[in-house]
Design a protein around this ligand. Structure first.
Ligand SMILES: [Mg+2]
Length: 318
């Protein structure tokens, strides 16, 4: 595999050690290649992890007062930023038993005190390289190859998480199925290269509406997209704006084979719901899909939204 770009941000490494001399030594060893986050005990390590979006590698001392490294590792597994972060245990304990225990808990490696700089640096570098490759694979696995936005696999994961969270806190979910109108005709008229380009542009428009942590826009398949927004939002108004934004791209095509050139448009079916009133995530998706189908039947180029209020027809004016 090739080296990743040198412009990439430095990986973040969390160093947890109650010994200040060790902390300083490790930080100095790694600070050129990594962004170093330091913690002097288990509870500050947990606090640090909670404040970070992502931690790439953890160097964790085993012997610490209050909470030992094993316990810290268990707790870090509950925090999103460190849920799957590889851990290298650092310890003076050279007994095979403690090493075994660390590896069983999921540590990827073990280094012994006193710290030998060359060894620590080499091991950290090796593990960070694996992290970089894993992240790249995950990124590729999550993306739709054509449009660059999330793919269906990623959407299913995000939807599951958003559903569970919404159920827990009693907030509504808003979900829309969005389909490009007459897409086959567009492809037939302009060819697949132009069709693909149109899908890319429309995908970018839809993706701009997924701004929150628990929001996602994804290509659902073919010329169909899905938009999930969490919480209380004016979903009908948002979808109307999105519908207008797509028209504003002015992707035109000859609708009738004559002179009258039409804009490429989308149809949307959107539902706002409190999860406890819906049988399952797939039932909510089916509702949105049924509304999309209805929008198509009623002439396409329109938004149909159902929520706790009455259905809103955002109209078909372009
Ligand atoms: Mg210690």
């Amino acid at each position: 595999m090739t080296q990743s770009g040198s412009t990439a941000a430095k990986p973040t490494v969390l160093i947890v050690d109650d010994d200040g001399v060790n902390r300083t030594l490790l930080a100095e060893l790694l600070h050129e290649e990594c962004r170093v986050v330091l913690a002097k005990d288990g509870s500050s390590a947990i606090g640090r992890a909670q404040a970070e979006a992502e931690i790439d590698l953890i160097l964790l001392d085993i012997s610490m007062p209050d909470m030992d490294g094993y316990e810290v590792l268990k707790r870090l597994r509950w925090i999103p930023a460190t849920k799957r972060t590889p851990v290298i245990f650092i310890s003076a304990a050279i007994e095979a038993e403690s090493e075994e225990r660390g590896l069983q808990l999921g540590a990827v490696d073990y280094v012994h005190k006193p710290i030998r700089p060359v060894i620590v640096r080499a091991r950290v570098r090796n593990h960070l390289e694996l992290v970089t490759h894993r992240k790249e694979l995950e990124r590729l696995a999550d993306r739709d190859g054509l449009t660059g936005i999330a793919n269906r696999r990623r959407f299913d994961e995000a939807y599951d998480l958003a559903w569970r969270r919404a159920s827990r806190i009693g907030q509504p979910l808003n979900i829309a199925m969005i389909d490009v109108d007459h897409f086959k005709r567009y492809n037939d008229l302009y060819g697949h290269v132009a069709g693909d380009e149109a899908l890319r542009e429309i995908a970018q428009v839809i993706d701009r509406y997924a701004t929150g942590t628990w929001d996602i826009a994804a290509r659902y398949g073919g010329e169909e997209f899905v938009l999930l927004l969490s919480g209380e939002v004016a979903f009908g108004a948002i979808l109307s704006r999105l519908h207008g934004d797509v028209a504003s791209l002015r992707l035109t095509f000859d609708h009738s084979g004559g002179d009258d050139v039409l804009l490429a448009t989308v149809s949307c079916g959107g539902v706002t719901a409190i999860t406890r009133t819906i049988a399952s995530p797939s039932a909510l998706l089916r509702e949105a899909d049924a509304l999309l189908y209805q929008a198509k039947r009623e002439g396409r180029n329109r938004v149909l939204v159902r929520g706790d209020t009455a259905a809103v027809d955002a109209g078909s004016a372009v």
